[in-house]
Design a binder for this molecule. Structure first.
Ligand SMILES: [Zn+2]
Length: 73
């Protein structure tokens, strides 16, 4: 059983598949059963199921740390 990742609003999520605009980084706006993301490239908002989100995400760029501490999944 995988424990849920400690995602926080304000984190940046890097997804495996780029968005239509070519950007792979999304700002986490809301985290719960559903996840609200905003594309950092074009500003489009996206609502995903938590499980789908965790399948799509490649790495987490925490808001509080420098980008030196990227967690890879
Ligand atoms: Zn975009």
């Amino acid at each position: 059983m995988k424990t849920p990742l400690p995602w926080q609003p304000g984190d940046t999520a890097r997804l495996k598949k780029p968005h239509a605009c070519g950007c792979t980084d999304w700002l986490v706006q809301r985290m719960g059963m559903d996840v609200r993301l905003q594309c950092l490239g074009c500003g489009k908002q996206l609502l995903l199921k938590r499980l789908d989100f965790e399948k799509m995400v490649r790495s987490r760029l925490p808001a509080t740390d420098e980008n030196t501490k990227i967690e890879l999944f």
